[in-house]
Write a protein that binds this ligand. Structure first.
Ligand code: SF4
Length: 204
């Protein structure tokens, strides 16, 4: 099969996967969210970026990384000379977990049992996308990819291998920078960019 045909095949299969994920009710999150949010981007990328779960805006729009954390990620990509379309961007958990505070839906970290229930969807996506390497943003993504609990602040910024030998680089989720101490924000931003630069080196 030519590369062009196999990419077209992967795109069609990814669209089918999105429909199947949308109907999934293997954990309680599917029934409460608006829709499943699967990954977007280019099959066979240099890097597959994996975050935690869709946020409020992603849940409503149906696209990954389009909220405030996604905007910060886009700003980092621009600094590093990359465009989103060159990557594949997804989340470890496909439905939005939240708690209601009045009319606001506040993000809640998915439980490990929910991330575990969702793991086969991520693996299906990986099988179709076939990236060269992975960038895990935050602890949920790092655990999903490395198959063990990960202390992100201790393990960030270096290449590791998952149990099957796939290269994975772990760093903070951009929402951690948004929540962080404003006085430390500039330093945190620079350190985060340094991590990302290892996974996303500037192209010649
Ligand atoms: S979060 Fe994952 S496992 Fe849970 S219902 Fe959604 S797709 Fe299924």
């Amino acid at each position: 099969m030519s590369t062009r045909l196999s990419i077209a095949h992967a795109q069609k299969a990814l669209a089918d996967l999105k429909h199947a994920t949308d109907r999934c009710r293997e954990c309680p999150l599917g029934a409460r969210a608006t829709q499943a949010v699967c990954g977007e981007g280019r099959p066979r990328p240099a890097v597959m970026v994996v975050g935690e779960q869709p946020g409020d805006k992603e849940d409503r729009d149906g696209h990954p990384f389009v909220g405030p954390a996604g905007k910060l990620f886009d700003r980092a990509l621009e600094e590093l000379g990359w465009r989103r379309e060159q990557l594949y961007v997804t989340n470890a958990v496909k439905h939005f977990k939240f708690e209601l505070r009045g009319k606001r839906r506040l993000h809640k970290t998915p439980a490990q049992r929910e991330a575990a229930a969702c793991h086969h969807w991520l693996e299906d996506e990986i099988d179709l996308v076939r990236p060269h390497s992975f960038l895990a943003l935050g602890a949920t993504a790092a655990r999903a990819l490395l198959g063990r609990p990960v202390a992100v602040t201790r393990e960030r910024g270096r290449w590791q291998e998952d149990p099957t030998g796939r290269p994975v680089l772990v760093t903070l989720h951009p929402s951690a920078l948004l929540r962080g101490d404003p006085a430390q924000r500039e330093d945190a931003w620079k350190a985060w960019l340094e991590d990302l630069r290892i996974a996303l080196p500037r192209k010649a």
